[in-house]
Design a protein around this ligand. Structure first.
Ligand SMILES: [Zn+2]
Length: 378
């Protein structure tokens, strides 16, 4: 049976349309005028709230007490069900820099169990490391960093969608060339890097076309040595940011938004304490303390976040001039286009992943593949 959402402020591209009805089953079936509502549909009245595509988080390690590195079916299920409440309808399960055996176990788990989760869909895996620069490891454990290695990629080529690496490390050039030749669907992203401007530009020529949590775990932008940040801002590649107002100064975030616009994506980089209480948690074998929305290692190093994606949207609205449709774009169409999937947009034939929210990005309803997975107050 088809369902229909009525009385919404429907966001399509950069416009907000009223008096339209969205009809769907597991896909968006059609968008019609209010007075053309067909009979025999299940009507969902959203009472004037915003309706947009479901959020896509391309960088998330954990939430609800679980982590992708736990490598169990239950951990993926917990993350999936936890983040659907924040409007996230799909995500890349993100691995950490750990020993290769643990990474492979996590990838295998994603391969086997990704399709069985009940909340937000798992689109595949994002490997954050282990091919990064020890100087910019951030909360990734230095001792597990290795030189780029393509030998195991083939076993997981169906699920690896993105790899964050430091392009200046030994063997990175050959790695990037190999991946682009054999697995062109894998997004290669510069991150945890100390590359110079020139090294980064060279890497972009070879096929890296995204930057991971711009500003964090990379060299600073000096006016005579603009480094990774300068190269990313000076090129047309896409990038993502952790907009929790902790990882980046508000002014930095505003600057990045001003320059990158529709090439900017928002991520949570959430660790297992996402959606949980304050306290101590494990992250890739290291202890992380969570206090006042800040996740840090014992030495004070920021260690991922406890950010929710709808909060990132709210923060962007508070500190930049971004409009609601533009903010939504950063977590819907921008990542969906990058991944080459028919999600993140309410248009005929697209997956029926949708979110209903108010002007503060409080989530009222989350729909995944046409099924209601979260309803506020239910
Ligand atoms: Zn991360």
């Amino acid at each position: 049976m088809l369902s229909a959402i009525i009385n919404s402020k429907l966001i399509i591209a950069d416009t907000i349309v009223e008096n339209k009805v969205v009809i769907f089953d597991e896909k968006i079936h059609s968008i019609v005028d209010k007075d053309r509502l067909p009979k025999n549909v299940k009507v969902i009245d959203v009472d004037g709230a915003y309706l947009g595509g479901g959020f896509i988080d391309i960088h998330i390690h954990g939430s609800g007490g679980s982590d992708v590195m736990d490598a169990t079916k239950e951990s993926l299920e917990t993350i999936s069900e936890s983040i659907v409440k924040n409007g996230t309808t799909s995500f890349l399960a993100t691995t950490m820099t750990m020993d290769l055996h643990s990474i492979e176990k996590a990838l295998e788990n994603i391969q086997v169990n990704a399709s069985s989760v009940n909340g937000a869909n798992i689109l595949g895996a994002h490997m954050e490391g282990p091919f990064i620069n020890p100087k910019k490891c951030g909360a990734q454990d230095k001792k597990y960093i290795i030189d780029p290695d393509t030998s195991f990629i083939d076993r997981y080529k169906d699920i690896i969608k993105m790899i964050t690496l430091a392009p200046e490390v030994e063997g990175a050039d050959a790695f990037v060339k190999y991946i682009k030749k054999h697995y062109p669907h894998i997004i290669l992203s510069v991150g945890h890097s100390d590359a110079t401007y020139e090294q980064t530009m060279h890497a972009l020529d070879l096929g890296i076309d995204h930057a991971t949590h711009l500003g964090n775990a990379m060299n600073v932008m000096h006016h005579r040595a603009p480094g990774v940040i300068g190269a990313v801002l000076d090129s047309d590649i896409t990038c993502d940011v952790i907009a929790d107002r902790i990882h980046l100064h508000d002014a930095t975030l505003r600057t990045f938004w001003c320059i990158k616009k529709e090439r900017l994506m928002l991520i949570t980089d959430s660790m297992r304490a996402g959606c949980m209480c304050e306290g101590s948690y494990d992250l890739g074998g290291q202890v992380v303390n969570v206090e006042k929305g800040k996740a840090t290692l014992q030495n004070g190093q920021l260690a991922g976040s406890v950010l929710r994606l709808n909060e990132a949207l709210r923060n962007m609205r508070e500190i930049t001039d971004i409009s609601i449709p533009q903010a939504l774009f950063c977590v819907t169409e921008a990542p969906a286009r990058k991944l080459g999937i028919k999600k993140g947009r309410i248009e005929e034939g697209y997956d029926a992943d949708m979110v209903v929210f108010d002007e503060n990005f409080d989530i009222l309803l989350t729909i995944v593949d046409g099924q209601i997975k979260y309803k506020k107050g239910a």
